[in-house]
Design a protein around this ligand. Structure first.
Ligand code: ADP
Length: 546
């Protein structure tokens, strides 16, 4: 709601002064701050002055609404444009409606003007001289200058504060980056130490395998001789004489101990070979039901006189599987023999299950089981569950798992103490289809051979004549598998592999007799290369969708 406070006619410069004084006076009454008082006074005097200068007369009304001090200047002609522009900078709102210029300035809330005071202001404004107004304006100017100086001082102080803060931030930043640098140095050193440790571990593990392999070789011949000799000793002599029963029993003991020792030595040799990557596989299409049949025949006598059924079921098993027959037999023989060894009554059952592109061979038993928390340990070399010694060396499961991984699969075990154990051998059954295979070999004829072998296995085959070219190709496009020759001009196979993206599986194909290089997933020998061997290797190193 608008409520009018005062009204003033402006016809000459004296009227302009009066309008100015009244504007400031009313603004002061309404509690506008000093600067806003000057703004209102200047706006009203400027607009009135522009009217008088243009030969017009003006009627100025001062009013308030709920939020603003509202001024309306009604002129006797069109308001001169020169008077509007400065006013727009001084007031919050300015509108021109025909001959009326309306202006508003926000005022502090809740102040009610006193009518009597308004009348006094009006009377004072009318009676004041130009000199009074000049004095008043000078005072305003001095105050404005003081304000300006104060603001400048504040600005200088603020600037100094800002500089101080900046210095603080810079110091903190410096501290942080030196701390970061130190941390980084620590991390780098830690990684170097880790690399060194793992290199030492690798070397230690290699020398352990070498030691085992050598010792086992050296021990096998004398052990075989001992066992042979005990057999001879136990046989009746040609002259009909022989050992008495007590001696015979002792010789039998020697032979049994020799046999146990020979088993241990053989196991050691197997594990050492598998660990060092020297185990040669001979992949072929293996008749699985026939293999299971042989295992059935092998396992049944192992139960001795225990009330135990051994079932080897070939139901649902695929008729052939591309794998290494000896390795697969060794794994399954070990699982069956463990099942029988650690089960006193009930059943040991081998069954198969095809799940998508993979085959699971499952051996379950109703035996003593393995205490909770120890199933992970049984894959450690020489580990045997404490208090459960039934012969054996503790090398069977680690060897079986190693073989399973060489076959591109894995071996896992679950167990419930007192209820039984289930071992699952998971093997690849189909070859995953590869999108792009990259061949790196300087021998174009051999690349052609490989290309032929890959027919139907890969969507696209890229060829590179050296490591540098191969590396560029592998960075340019996604590659599913790299087959690289070891010896190539420039960047050789080892160097190429070291620079390939870590996620790309790589196989070395070489005619040199050498161990698998560290970054290679497998090694194929050129003279032994066949479609089956290549496919078997692809299954082992490229995990297809399961
Ligand atoms: P071992 O020659 O002692 O059988 P393994 O490496 O084959 O060695 O097994 C390691 C240990 O795991 C065994 O000593 C035994 O304690 C436990 N174990 C393996 N298979 C079974 C099973 N089917 N039931 C219960 N315990 C088992």
């Amino acid at each position: 709601m608008i409520s009018q406070l005062a009204r003033l006619d402006v016809r000459d410069p004296a009227g302009v002064f009066a309008a100015r004084q009244l504007g400031r006076g009313l603004a002061g009454m309404l509690n506008l701050d000093r600067q806003d008082q000057v703004r209102v006074a200047t706006a009203v005097s400027e607009i009135s002055r522009s009217a008088v200068m243009a030969g017009l007369t003006a009627v100025v009304t001062f009013a308030i609404d709920d939020a603003d001090l509202v001024l309306a200047v009604t002129m006797s002609g069109d308001p001169p444009a020169g008077g509007i522009v400065p006013v727009q900078r001084l007031m919050d709102q300015v509108t021109v409606d025909g001959r009326v210029v309306r202006m508003a300035k926000r005022r502090p809330p809740g102040v009610k003007p006193d009518r009597r005071q308004v009348s006094e202001q009006l009377a004072a404004a009318r009676s004041r001289s130009a000199l009074d107004e000049l004095r008043r304006q000078n005072q305003d100017l001095i105050v404005a200058l003081d304000d300006l100086r104060e603001q400048k001082d504040q600005l200088v102080a603020l600037n100094a504060e800002l500089q101080e803060t900046n210095r603080g931030v810079m110091a903190m930043y410096g501290e942080l980056s030196s701390e970061l640098e130190q941390t980084n140095r620590g991390v780098v050193a830690l990684y170097a130490e880790l690399d060194e440790t793992s290199e030492r571990l690798r070397a230690a593990s290699e020398s352990k395998d070498r030691f085992w392999a050598n010792v086992s070789h050296e021990l096998r011949s004398p052990l075989n001789s001992i066992i042979g000799l005990t057999r001879l000793l136990a046989e009746p002599a040609p002259d009909g004489g022989g050992l008495d029963s007590e001696r015979l029993y002792q010789v039998e003991l020697i032979r049994n101990s020799g046999g146990t020792l020979l088993n241990l030595v053989n196991d050691l040799l197997d594990v050492a070979k598998a660990e060092s990557g020297q185990l040669r596989t001979d992949p072929a299409q293996v008749d699985l039901p026939a293999l299971l049949g042989r295992l059935r025949g092998l396992a049944r006598p192992m139960t001795e006189s225990k009330p135990l059924t051994v079932t080897v079921s070939a139901d649902g098993a695929p008729s052939v599987i591309l794998t290494d027959e000896l390795a697969l037999t060794a794994i399954l023989r070990n699982l069956l023999s463990n099942g029988i060894k650690y089960t006193d009554r009930g059943e040991v059952r081998l069954s198969t299950r095809v799940t998508g592109p993979r085959l699971e061979i499952i051996v379950t038993d109703t035996g003593i089981g393995i205490p909770a928390g120890l199933t992970g340990h049984v894959f450690e070399e020489f580990y045997q569950v404490p208090g459960v010694r039934r012969g054996g060396t503790g090398l069977g499961l680690p060897y079986a798992r190693r073989l399973a991984r060489i076959l591109g699969g894995d071996l896992t075990l679950t167990s419930e103490p007192g209820a039984g154990t289930t071992a699952v051998l998971d093997l690849p059954l189909r070859t995953p289809h590869l999108g792009t295979v990259l061949l790196a070999d300087d021998d174009a004829r051999f690349r052609a051979v490989l290309r032929g072998l890959l027919d139907g296995l890969a969507g696209r085959v890229l060829e590179a004549a050296d490591g540098t070219q191969a590396l560029a190709m592998a960075h340019d496009q996604p590659v599913d598998l790299v087959l690289a020759d070891m010896r190539m001009p420039g960047l050789d196979g080892g160097a190429l592999l070291a620079r390939l993206p870590a996620a790309v599986p790589a196989v070395i194909i070489t005619s040199a007799d050498q161990p698998v290089p560290p970054r290679a997933a497998a090694l194929l020998r050129k003279d032994e290369l066949s479609r089956e061997r290549l496919e078997f290797t692809i299954r082992a190193v490229v995990r297809g969708p399961s």
